[in-house]
Design a protein around this ligand. Structure first.
Ligand code: ADP
Ligand code: MG
Length: 318
């Protein structure tokens, strides 16, 4: 029996909760728990391809760039995207290499592919930023950051006291530049970590040269594209909620077990899933289902295997 291929999309929150402090130890601790769950899937005969977000990390790295300007030149956002791919890839490789032999009874090679992703230079997103990065702030802090640094700030969690985050441009992914390398590694039974942070966004100039742009692609969209390109059986989006809800955060909240593509699209239009958080997950899941005829699941890291076994999560199907 051939193994079922699962593209696992890890939320930035699965590694560094945006309310967390962001110490190296804390992140490694969270990555360790994540790697254990992934090893458990491999043990149960799933062939996995891993991708991850970088919202909390890249936002923090931007702050470090800006505050060190007096000493060294700050690096642009595309370079920060590349740095976080390396950072998170390193931690995942390190912890997977520990858990694979213990849980699967053998060493399994793991490789992070630093991935560029082509985007449309004319995307409207460049004038309307939507993607939250970094930590949460109060309204007063948000106003101060906007005044001092010109950051675009947005209220992303209305229920919370600290509900504001910086937002940056987030174009849709068009093409994975390193696709051939990713496919070759998979063919050679190497566990691949790719398209981290949604990929490093690049645009193609008239002379064919690729140039990085200052944006963060939502990893959910790139995960859907990656799942399509590797012919995945499942797109498994792991975040910090077990199921998607309608009327989320209100007294009328109702969690969903199953969604058809048509329902998913209708609920998106009705505004149940905010931009920059649940919106791209549901939309990207629907896109993968539509283009591949396979299924997508949105659930929490903790419930990943139970969800693949059909016991929980929100399933999006044709
Ligand atoms: P990730 O880092 O996993 O991409 P996000 O913060 O981008 O996480 O998106 C997941 C979050 O979206 C959940 O933690 C939840 O707070 C929020 N959310 C927004 N709308 C919904 C909804 N309709 N159902 C469930 N969660 C929702
Ligand atoms: Mg997200």
């Amino acid at each position: 029996m051939s193994k079922r291929v699962v593209v696992i999309a890890l939320g930035g929150n699965a590694i560094l909760p945006s309310h967390g402090t962001g110490t190296y130890e804390r992140q490694l601790h969270n990555v360790d728990a994540t790697a254990r769950q992934i090893a458990d899937l491999v043990k149960h005969h799933y062939k996995v391809v891993i991708t991850h977000g970088n919202g909390p990390q890249v936002g923090n790295l931007l702050v470090q760039q800006e505050h060190a300007q007096c000493l060294l030149p700050g690096q642009p956002l595309d370079n920060c995207d590349a740095m976080t791919q390396g950072q998170i890839g390193y931690m995942l490789q390190n912890r997977l290499a520990y858990h694979f032999p213990r849980m699967c009874g053998r060493e399994i090679p793991v490789c992070t592919v630093l991935t560029q992703v082509e985007v449309d230079p004319h995307s409207a997103c460049f004038t309307r930023p939507t993607k939250p990065v970094g930590t949460f702030h109060t309204q007063a802090e948000a106003e101060e950051l906007h005044r001092q640094h010109g950051y675009n700030m947005k209220l992303v969690k209305p229920q919370a006291g600290k509900g504001w985050r910086r937002v940056v441009a987030s174009p849709r992914p068009l093409r994975i530049i390193e696709e051939a390398s990713i496919l070759q590694l998979l063919d050679n039974h190497i566990v691949v970590i790719a398209c981290g942070g949604g990929g490093i966004p690049v645009v193609r100039a008239d002379d064919g040269m690729l140039r990085g742009v200052e944006a963060v692609i939502d990893k959910d969209w790139t995960a859907a594209l990656l799942a399509e390109r590797v012919d995945a059986d499942y797109l498994l989006i792991l975040t910090d909620v077990e199921k998607v809800a309608l009327h989320w955060g209100t007294p009328r909240e109702r969690t969903l077990d199953r969604l058809t593509v048509a329902q998913a699209k209708r609920y998106c239009r009705q505004g149940h899933f905010p931009e920059g958080s649940m919106g791209p997950k549901v939309q990207a899941a629907a896109r993968f289902v539509e283009s591949s005829g396979q299924q997508a699941i949105i659930t929490s890291l903790r419930t990943a295997r139970a969800a693949l076994a059909g016991k929980t999560g929100t399933w999006i199907g044709p």
